[in-house]
Design a protein. Structure first.
Length: 109
């Protein structure tokens, strides 16, 4: 993942609604969800949800899949894993590390 792609992905996730939508789609798995299902579960109107889905799609974090008259959105797990890998690739200077708590540094002295 390039720095530009990373910034796009992080910017897309830096909104409470988009983060909630993305997390919901991650939980839904590869089958994904329809916009109606997402809107109902998160109590979001269709118009703002459409905007948020567009932003997540533009960042490459989700994909749309038509199925007849419905569209299913699902998380792009490759992009998600690439983002996490990019953020952690230099953790502990390449040495093995283990986080022992939420506030602990990732590296043991």
């Amino acid at each position: 993942m390039t720095p530009t792609q990373t910034v796009k992905a992080l910017a897309a996730l830096a909104h409470e609604t988009r983060l909630a939508v993305f997390r919901m789609l991650v939980q839904a798995g590869p089958e994904g969800l329809t916009p109606g299902g997402i809107a109902e579960a998160l109590a979001i109107a269709a118009s703002p949800l459409s905007f948020h889905l567009k932003e997540l799609t533009h960042a490459g974090l989700i994909a749309a899949r038509p199925d007849g008259r419905k569209i299913y959105y699902s998380a792009n797990f490759t992009a998600m894993n690439d983002l996490v890998a990019y953020l952690t690739e230099n953790c502990c200077g390449g040495a093995a590390c283990e986080a022992t708590g939420a506030t602990d540094a990732c590296c043991a002295p």
